[in-house]
Design a protein around this ligand. Structure first.
Ligand code: ARG
Length: 446
């Protein structure tokens, strides 16, 4: 291997580790529900998925794993020569089906437990033991007779014993929960995995429900994968709502901070979703994933890190930390999951009804989605509220960007006197002005 390739590998490893570390830290001690369908269990690389779950446990994440058994039940019924019966998508669990449910649970449970018993491979201590736990955590009742149809041993969740589950998690175990609930009369009921995962996530107040699904997530009307949605967006848009199940919405509405739909077919799906900022699936949460807000003193470090490369390239004027600390209230930042990915500052000259737009920067990983444009629009609204009618920029390299957004070239004389005296002739920036009253009028005419 050449020395440059070596250096590149080192750099990408170091960059990758630095970007994953905040998530390793953030996830430690959190409770995650992971739900998988019975199809995942039959897939060729199922052991990789289970080993990734073991890895999460070793990083201090409290995991409850909930599995489905639909194909295993189907298979069992078939070998007995019995047809599955469904009404409105719900299985009718008669005596024979219940036998199959129990057999399928036994099979899948054992498979998962045995894979987890392999511990963490390639670890320095060669064999890192992982504990699993299960129990009678779920109390169920029969769905009963509906519209004349008796659902027999198909059940609904009545209660989740969160205290008992927490105790097992406190001991460091991965808790495995089969889709079976028990009634106080000593009967067993077949439950829907999705409803179970939602109920357990709510009962535990889980930080996340990682829902491993057959496709990649939620798609918009043009067929693009939607990376994140707020609960409100999900509820207001019929197209999205149709793709999201009631159980998922319920979890979001009842305190589960994030539901993340991830393809079970992608190798390393959980790791990619959990330890990268952008994930790979669809994240649904009550709080927006991206948000724009006025900067505070706590944002100084993040803004500095963002603008430093642009200062080094001479695109932005250098600012010391002290100067930034003093001016931070002029800044607006766009955050993604706590990281500042764009910023801009607005300095008003109230008397002249003008404001300077400065220090507009977008992180290199997030260019292309016109975040700069969105930030500009945000600041224009703010400026109008302050009674400002014109904003100006001084730029050496990005004139086009501003011209495309309604700025026109202007003389130094058009700047407020106070700003003119500070003009750096050596830098020789060009002045561009945007008349906000004009853009307002155009907006109203439409
Ligand atoms: N890794 C972060 C998390 O686990 C962010 C994931 C973002 N995912 C997404 N589909 N937008 O919370």
């Amino acid at each position: 291997m050449s020395e440059t390739t070596n250096k590149n590998i080192t750099k990408s490893f170091v960059d990758w580790f630095r970007s994953a570390a905040p998530y390793i830290h953030a996830h430690r001690g959190s409770t995650f529900i992971i739900s998988i369908g019975g199809e995942a269990v039959q897939a060729p690389h199922f052991s990789n998925l289970i080993h990734d779950i073991a890895l999460l446990n070793s990083l201090g994440i409290r995991i409850v794993l909930i599995y489905g058994i639909r194909p295993q039940i189907e298979h069992c019924l078939k070998t007995r020569g019995v047809q599955s019966r469904y009404v409105n998508g719900t299985r009718i669990t008669d005596e024979i089906a219940l036998c199959c449910v129990k057999a399928a649970c036994g099979e899948v449970h054992t498979e998962i437990e045995s894979l987890l018993s392999m511990g963490l491979s390639n670890s320095p201590s060669s064999y890192e033991r992982i504990g699993t736990a299960s129990g009678n955590f779920i109390t169920a009742r029969p769905v009963g007779v509906r519209e004349g149809v008796d659902y027999c041993y198909t059940g609904e969740i009545r209660r989740v014993d969160a205290t008992a589950i927490r105790r097992r998690l406190d001991e460091g175990n991965i808790v495995l929960i089969p889709p079976i609930g028990y009634s106080p009369t000593g009967e067993s009921f077949n439950l829907r995995t999705e409803e179970l995962a939602s109920a357990v996530a709510i009962a535990l107040g889980a930080a996340k429900w990682l829902y491993l699904i057959e496709n990649e997530g939620i798609f918009d009307s043009t067929g693009q994968l939607v990376r994140q949605l707020t609960l409100l967006e999900a509820l207001e848009n019929e197209h999205y709502k149709r793709q999201i199940s009631k159980s998922v919405l319920q979890a979001c509405q009842n305190g589960v901070q994030r539901v993340q739909l991830v393809s079970r077919q992608t190798e390393g799906a959980l790791l990619l979703e959990l330890f990268t900022r952008d994930g790979i699936g669809t994240l649904i949460s009550t709080n927006p994933f991206d948000h724009t807000a006025k900067a505070t003193i706590n944002d100084v470090g993040g803004v500095l890190a963002l603008i430093q490369p642009l200062e080094e390239a001479g695109i932005l004027v250098r600012r010391s930390r002290e100067k930034l600390e003093m001016e931070i209230e002029h800044f607006t930042v766009q955050e993604r999951d706590g990281m500042i990915i764009a910023c801009a500052a607005l300095y008003p000259f109230v008397q002249e009804k003008m404001a300077e737009l400065a220090c507009l920067a977008v992180h290199s990983d997030y260019r292309g989605a016109d975040r700069g444009g969105a930030l500009l629009a945000f600041l224009e609204r703010e400026a109008l509220q302050l009674g400002i009618t014109q904003i100006f920029v001084l730029t050496t390299r990005t004139a086009h960007w501003f011209q495309e957004r309604g700025f026109v070239g202007a003389d130094l004389d058009s700047l407020p006197v106070k700003r003119r005296t500070l003009y750096n002739y050596q830098r020789n920036s060009k002045v561009f002005v945007k008349d906000l009253s004009v853009s307002l009028k155009i907006k109203f005419r439409h």
